[in-house]
Design a protein around this ligand. Structure first.
Ligand SMILES: *Cc1c(COP(=O)(O)O)cnc(C)c1O
Length: 450
């Protein structure tokens, strides 16, 4: 059976765009690799889809048994331009044949500079900007906080309920959820404070009221004069795709400006066309002082950035920022190709079209099924929150069962949320309408039987 399956040797959009299961999941070859994983890889590194991938592209992921699954997760909002995007593949191949590394802090190269120029041009605001490149979202967040502290001469940082900013020590402190991100890994970095987030489905507050509540806590418990930065995801990712009420983010940004506090938008998950705008800050009419980016920036290559006001970015002394691999030439070449696609293929428009389909289909499901308490999101970043219809309490068990059921039928979906009761949809923008629709049909069927 599976020994006769011919596996694709390359991925990208030319892969057959279909959901097609030839084994139950995991198939025998995937199971072998998963067993080797259990023996060789640290237990702390988990996985949620029981397959071993061999190729991906368009809207599918193919495994070693020849199963083809619909991808509604993009490897957590990373392959936004599409997996093995042809432009990204060509750029990486060409760059790899020229040079793979010099260390930008030893011998600079143009590709890094060009990515910085693109970020300075594309991020919100017409002010003078500068950028610095890193390897991961967490590293970008760490550096944004370093820069804000140096620029202000202050130490305190405010993050929000349900926030996710990474798994390094400082970013664990900024992240809200204990299990699995923080539990047992302390002590955490000091001078990190938490403020209430606007969460319209659960707090019922207007944006202005939610902001007043957060700012009062900040003023009373920290004091603006001690505060270096406020960091917030314009739409929260891991915390549950929480979209703040209108007016919340502008009120925070205005207060920061009036008080000399650096306003950092963590757009690691929302950035690069994902929400239907190049950056989610645009949707809320805010111009952050600093923006952190990663995930969607380079079509799957590891790259991250901090971009912001030139005078803040230049506050750090020479040699204070950097890292061996930061702005690696392969990752920069990939980013330039991905950015070309974001701009020239009008991918924000594609994200909005996908968002229309997601909101309409999930909205219809919600109207017929009180276990879906809320459907929310922007563009190709949409989620459904599952609740006990009688009490409104989060229903993590149902959520896990629905996600598991979708995966078993060949549709990759991801969960999230402080209470583990949210299924999030982050399809690659290269997915076809038929495949997206089929994925949602599968979800509807699984939910009806759950
Ligand atoms: C994923 C994520 C991070 C961390 O990025 P890594 O590349 O995993 O370190 C930080 N902030 C947000 C909003 C994220 O979604």
């Amino acid at each position: 059976m599976s020994s006769t399956v011919t596996l694709p040797t390359t991925g990208g959009p030319a892969l057959p765009q279909r959901r097609h299961l030839v084994t139950s999941l995991p198939g025998p070859r995937s199971q072998e690799i998963i067993d080797r994983k259990a023996a060789a890889v640290a237990a702390g590194v988990g996985h949620s889809v029981p397959i071993a991938a061999v190729a991906a592209g368009g809207g599918v992921v193919v495994d070693v048994d020849g199963n083809s699954l619909i991808d509604l997760g993009s490897g957590i909002a990373v392959t936004t331009v599409g997996n093995a995007h042809p432009g990204v593949v060509a750029a990486v191949q060409e760059q790899a044949a020229r040079f793979t590394h010099t260390c930008f802090m030893i011998s600079p190269y143009e590709q890094y500079v060009a990515v910085a120029e693109a970020l300075n041009r594309l991020t919100p605001g017409g002010h003078a900007k500068k950028s610095a490149l890193f390897n991961s979202g967490a590293e970008a967040v760490e550096n944004a906080v370093k820069i804000a502290r140096k620029a202000t001469g202050r130490q305190a940082v405010v993050a929000f309920d349900h926030a996710y900013h990474g798994r390094t020590n400082l970013t664990m402190a900024l992240t809200a959820k204990s299990m699995p991100y923080k539990s047992g890994f302390g002590p955490f970095a000091s001078e990190v404070y938490r403020a209430p987030m606007s969460y319209p489905f659960r707090d019922g507050l207007s944006g202005a009221d939610a902001a007043a509540k957060a700012l009062s806590l900040i003023e009373k418990q920290i004091g603006a004069e001690n505060l270096a930065a406020v960091i917030i995801e314009p739409i929260q990712g891991e915390g549950g795709f929480i979209v703040p009420a209108d007016g919340f983010l502008p009120a925070l940004a205005d207060w920061c400006r009036e008080n000399g506090v650096v306003f950092i938008a963590d757009e690691v998950q929302t950035g690069f066309a994902r929400t239907g705008a190049m950056f989610a800050s645009e949707l809320f009419g805010i111009v952050p002082d600093l923006i952190t980016t990663a995930k969607g920036i380079a079509g799957g290559m590891p790259l991250a950035a901090v971009t912001g006001r030139a005078e803040i970015m230049d506050a750090a002394h020479t040699g204070g920022l950097g890292g061996t691999y930061g702005g690696n030439p392969l990752a920069c070449a990939a980013a330039l190709a991905a950015i070309d696609a974001f701009e020239n293929d009008d991918l924000p428009a594609r994200a909005r079209a996908i968002g229309d389909v997601l909101l309409e289909r999930l909205g219809a499901l919600q109207a017929a099924d009180p276990r879906i308490g809320d459907v929310r999101g922007r563009g190709a970043m949409v989620a459904a929150e599952f609740v006990d219809p009688a009490t409104g309490a989060p229903d993590a068990a149902l959520t896990a069962a629905v996600a598991k059921g979708c995966i078993a039928e060949g549709v990759i979906v991801l969960t999230c949320g402080t209470y583990g009761n949210v299924i999030r949809f982050l399809p690659p923008l290269s997915i076809g309408d038929d495949l997206l629709s089929e994925g949602l049909d599968v979800l509807a069927g699984v939910l009806a039987r759950a």
